[in-house]
Write a protein that binds this ligand. Structure first.
Ligand SMILES: NC(=O)c1ccc[n+]([C@@H]2O[C@H](COP(=O)([O-])OP(=O)(O)OC[C@H]3O[C@@H](n4cnc5c(N)ncnc54)[C@H](OP(=O)(O)O)[C@@H]3O)[C@@H](O)[C@H]2O)c1
Length: 391
């Protein structure tokens, strides 16, 4: 639904208490003439959710964890802000009429609310890459049905969005996604395998939620991003390339058949792609970090190393296999990352566990992404198997 351009755009944020959620609130709340908050959601961080809802004067706030409903209601009593909880609460937040719904939930938990937002005809700005990894075929089909673009919040995909010449798609030779290489870029394989959570959580360039930070350290994040990109941009799988670029200044590049290479540059600040999505198709000023090339001095590039970072290769293998294999791989990875953070498996154990689940569920992986029910069923099956195999 689109409101008149003179009125503020109504924005809902699914996953408002996370890293992307906070950056989104920062952009929205710093320009009240342009943006207003419709709905906010969280998992169980009710205090932070209630504070954000009060400050942003949201119409509606919902918490996924039903046990936290009472506390949320209490915190927001007398404010006029409606509250909800559980799957129904999140669905309500996603489907309230809004100009843009920002999908910033982490993991496959974002699939249902994301699909609900799209089915309601709400324009989606999507950070939650796992939704595209697991159910990309369904999400893209629904977006086409609704005649909506998925606006990519992920910095690499947003970069590509800005330089991708759709009118000349046949002349695109390569689409390059850059990777910082994470904290273990220069480490020996044996050291990476026994890295601690504290070491893995120290990302050199970005301040992000725990799950994506671990995925960045293992380079699973880059694999997830290639799968995400292949759903968003209709070029052949083998045209997507990963280049390690430790400074995280170039976020994406598109190479054309005449030798031209378009690159998108920006200082590493998630508020930049968020601001781009919120203002699209216009541009609007936003208080973001600025790029100073002289101060930066140099940019360097390296090939990724699939031997030291096997998760990247596993994700590329899953994409090649197609069907539900990326979904299965993602579920196994979510369990493996949680287990690593709990100290139950080693860092090297993440890739081993993901690979074991992919191997055992090879048959299921071959099933096409035909329905949301199947995606969610296989997600659960892969999680269960990963939990059994890790113990
Ligand atoms: N952070 C970045 O810079 C960045 C960049 C590009 C893409 N992304 C992608 O954006 C997504 C969010 O990342 P993030 O770093 O912002 O994550 P995060 O900081 O961990 O925040 C995750 C958000 O999702 C909510 N959530 C978690 N589990 C949930 C569940 N089961 N049901 C409903 N809500 C749930 C959390 O609520 P609580 O606070 O209550 O737990 C929180 O609001 C991820 O898919 C990530 O890959 C992130």
């Amino acid at each position: 639904m689109s409101l008149q351009s003179s009125e503020p755009k109504m924005i809902s944020i699914l996953g408002a208490t996370g890293s992307v959620g906070e950056s989104s609130l920062d952009i929205v709340c710093s320009d009240p003439e342009r943006y207003q908050i419709r709905a906010l959601t969280a998992h169980r961080n009710v205090d932070k959710l209630a504070e954000a809802a009060r400050l942003s004067k949201a119409d509606y706030a919902a918490v996924a964890d039903e046990a936290s409903y009472g506390r949320l209601k209490e915190l927001l009593s007398g404010t006029g802000i409606e509250v909800g909880a559980g799957e129904i609460g999140l669905e309500h937040a996603a489907t309230l009429p809004a100009d843009i719904v920002i999908g910033a939930i982490v993991g496959a938990a974002g699939i249902k609310p994301t699909m609900a937002a799209l089915k309601a005809g709400n324009q989606l700005a999507l950070a939650n890459k796992e939704t595209l990894v697991c159910a990309g075929d369904l999400v893209m089909a629904e977006a086409r049905r609704q005649d909506l673009r998925i606006l990519p919040v992920d910095s690499e995909h947003n970069a590509i969005f800005q330089i991708f010449d759709e009118a000349n798609i046949d002349e695109i030779d390569e689409v390059t996604i850059t990777a910082s290489g994470g904290p273990f870029r220069t480490w020996a394989q044996a050291d990476i395998e026994k890295a601690t959570a504290e070491q893995a959580l120290k990302h050199p360039n970005w301040d992000m939620g725990a799950k994506i930070t671990i995925d960045s350290a293992s380079m699973m994040n880059k694999g997830l991003e290639v799968i995400e990109a292949h759903h968003l941009y209709a070029v052949r799988q083998d045209k997507f390339k990963v280049v390690v670029h430790p400074q995280s200044i170039i976020h994406g590049m598109v190479s054309y058949s005449d030798g031209s290479v378009l690159a998108h540059l920006a200082a590493p600040d998630m508020r930049t792609p968020i601001a781009h999505c919120l203002a699209w198709p216009e541009r609007a000023a936003a208080k973001t970090k600025r790029l100073d090339l002289i101060a930066l001095g140099q940019m360097t590039f390296e090939a990724p190393d699939p031997v030291r970072f096997p998760c990247l290769q596993l994700a590329l293998d899953a994409m090649k296999a197609g069907g539900n294999m990326p979904n299965i791989m993602n579920a196994a990875n979510e369990i493996a990352v949680a287990a690593f953070l709990e100290g139950e498996i080693t860092f090297g154990g993440i890739a081993s566990l993901v690979e074991a689940v992919m191997t055992k569920m090879d048959g299921d992986g071959g099933l096409p992404v035909s329905s949301l029910d199947l995606v969610l069923e296989l997600d659960q099956k892969a999680r269960q198997l990963a939990l059994e195999l890790k113990s």
